[in-house]
Design a protein around this ligand. Structure first.
Ligand code: PNS
Length: 234
């Protein structure tokens, strides 16, 4: 048995209509049924844009998993590759961008961009309201928390959202993928096809010009020696 209908008008013009149940203890069910009518669709829909910053050297299946999850909850997601002149990456920013663009081609609301400087400044420039970061294990948490709190100090209006990739990727990192690939291990199922292909190309080139990747200290020394000799002017 329903006692009445209430009509609430919000200050932004949206309205809420609800049916409220009888308060008699025997009257089923004790729930409130609400039907929402909006003066305009935009009144309720807040478009949330987020950035997913990182090095992505190279992008892995763990990154892709997080992008898929982010794509489900944000209206727009920008995968933002940091251009860091201090790092000596395996892949150029252009290569990483290409790989990420290929990996995310099926997602309408995901784009890829590059940035330098502070992440929060970039987020403001592109009018993002959230920073998406992945946490694979407790070991990630301390660093991520520190970064999130610093970002909040720098820009209090910006929220960091942590998401967990699938458990099967909890051990996966770009650093390990680089290392395993360079030492000849299989990276199947760890990276998307396009990344595997690019890694194989890189490693083939390295083998051609620098010999196989070193596996021991003695080999590392020998390799460094060979490289030094090659660099010496004739
Ligand atoms: O994939 P990564 O290497 O873990 O990503 C780290 C990244 C790029 C998110 C972080 O180093 C960063 O935000 N760098 C930009 C410079 C900056 O804003 N520094 C202050 C962070 S609190």
């Amino acid at each position: 048995m329903w006692l009445g209908v209430a009509h609430l008008q919000d200050c932004d013009g949206s309205s809420l209509t609800g049916m409220f149940p009888d308060c008699h203890p025997l009257s089923p069910p004790h729930t409130i049924l609400l039907s929402l009518t909006l003066s305009s669709k935009e009144a309720l829909v807040k478009r949330i844009k987020a950035i997913y910053p990182g090095s992505f050297d190279p992008p892995t299946n763990g990154h892709l998993d997080l992008i898929e999850r982010g794509n489900k909850i944000f209206d727009e997601l920008v995968v933002a590759i940091l251009r860091n002149p201090e790092k000596d990456p395996l892949f150029s920013v252009a290569d990483r961008r290409k790989m990420l663009e290929t990996m995310t081609a099926n997602f309408d609301n995901v784009s890829v961009d590059t940035f330098d400087g502070l992440t929060v400044d970039y987020a403001l420039r592109v009018e993002a309201r959230a920073i998406l970061r992945g946490i694979r294990a407790i070991s990630d948490y301390e660093y991520e928390l520190q970064m999130a709190l610093m970002n909040r100090k720098l820009q209090p209006g910006l929220e960091t959202v942590f998401m967990m990739p699938a458990e099967k990727y909890s051990y996966l990192s770009s650093r390990l993928v680089r290392e395993v690939a360079q030492l000849g291990g299989s990276i199947d199922c760890l990276v998307p096809e396009i990344v595997g292909q690019k890694l194989r190309e890189k490693i083939d080139v390295a083998h051609k010009f620098g010999g196989p990747p070193a596996t021991s200290e003695a080999e590392t020394k020998a390799k460094n020696q060979r490289q030094k000799q090659r660099r010496r002017p004739k």
